[in-house]
Design a protein around this ligand. Structure first.
Ligand code: COA
Length: 325
């Protein structure tokens, strides 16, 4: 009998401060930066995003999302034997945000580490947790995507600062004889490091290089639409399924136009795509678990359905996870 890893609970959390495009445009205008609700909606589909208060860290958002996922799964922090946090905005250089979250949760003792694959982080983390559960190295994992991207945005660069938001999403993944994760497919191509990056680092007590996000939006757009279709097809092939078997596509929520293009290529109507980018913006590694939790709690995504998760982002990284809920 195959040992699967199954999602038994989902949770998410958004910091309370919500900025519509109008709110953000008014704030940027004070810096002499011009943008508009119309431009942002037309190019990205984003209407609003949430920003965390200055004292709130990724582990704080992760904690709230994790508590909800644990409650939905009907388990206690002590029942968890693995915590993986996907984040590009960790609390500290080290230790990992996963260790900080573990202590805040009171799940001390279990394995805990971060995965850094930017906006593909959650599909990478889920794939690692799946492999550890299938191998017997873990039985019940907490897999989290959590970001405070507002900390690394350049609010003098209107081409990037209107796109991102803060938030966290989490799942509990348990060993099961019942099908859960069916297949996954991960890739990276480091020659594209420069098209989406935060090039700075901490060295000798100082920040060396630029600590704010840089992006070549058009290069990212072109790469993303190509690789997302390939990853979807590869994952379906591995599971012996086709486009027609997908009940829900839950892609990384970066831009509605990228999502529409992926859906078209997979011959899926937008009715089968969970969309939260309009309300959350791009929350990087948090976007997929936030959208998954939204889908589950809104009653769209139901037990037994087949769901394709897809991530793409800096690195360049991309990947997909196909699963039964
Ligand atoms: C970023 C993105 C929305 C820009 O859209 P675009 O259609 O490529 O727009 P361009 O960069 O060509 O800019 C078009 C014009 O809008 C202007 N513009 C850029 N940002 C603007 C903003 N926030 N408000 C108003 N105008 C803006 C540009 O200055 C440019 O003006 P110009 O023609 O006078 O030079 C788009 O490239 C994109 O979505 N890329 C993918 C980004 C992404 O998803 N990244 C995360 C992946 S994980």
């Amino acid at each position: 009998m195959r040992r699967y890893a199954r999602i038994t609970g989902t949770g998410s959390y958004l910091p309370p401060r919500r900025l519509t495009n109008h709110d953000l445009a008014a704030e940027l205008a004070q810096r002499g930066i011009e943008t508009s609700d119309e431009w942002i909606v037309e190019r990205t589909g984003i209407h609003a995003r949430h920003f965390a208060a200055p004292e709130v860290a990724s582990s704080d958002l992760a904690l709230e999302a994790s508590k909800k996922a644990l409650e939905a799964a009907g388990c206690q922090p002590q029942d968890i034997d693995l915590i993986i946090v996907a984040t590009s905005t960790p609390d500290m250089v080290f230790p990992s945000t996963a260790c900080i979250l573990q202590n805040k949760l009171g799940a001390n003792g279990c394995a805990a580490f971060d995965v850094q694959a930017v906006c593909s982080g959650f599909v990478y983390a889920l794939t690692v947790a799946d492999a550890m559960i299938q191998s017997g190295a873990a039985s019940r994992a907490l897999v989290v995507g959590s970001e405070v991207f507002s900390r690394i945005l350049d609010f003098n660069d209107r081409t990037t600062c209107v796109l991102f938001g803060d938030g966290a999403g989490a799942v509990v993944l348990e060993a099961s004889e019942q099908p859960g994760i069916l297949a996954s497919d991960l890739h990276a191509d480091g020659k594209h490091v420069g098209i989406l990056c935060v090039p700075g680092n901490v060295s000798g007590g100082q920040i060396l290089g630029d600590p704010l996000l840089k992006m070549d939006g058009q290069a990212v757009f072109k790469l993303a639409v190509g690789v997302l279709e390939k990853a979807a097809r590869a994952t379906l092939d591995k599971a012996g399924l086709t486009d027609a078997d997908i009940d829900w596509l839950i892609p990384h929520q970066a831009n509605i136009r990228i999502m529409q293009s992926t859906a078209r290529k997979l011959k899926l109507s937008m009715d089968k795509v969970v969309v939260t980018v309009d309300q959350h913006g791009n929350t990087s590694a948090a976007s997929i678990p936030l959208a998954l939790d939204h889908g589950v709690r809104s009653g769209q995504v139901k037990p037994g359905q087949t769901v394709l998760l897809e991530g793409v982002g800096g690195g360049f990284t991309w990947g997909a996870v196909l699963l039964k809920m």
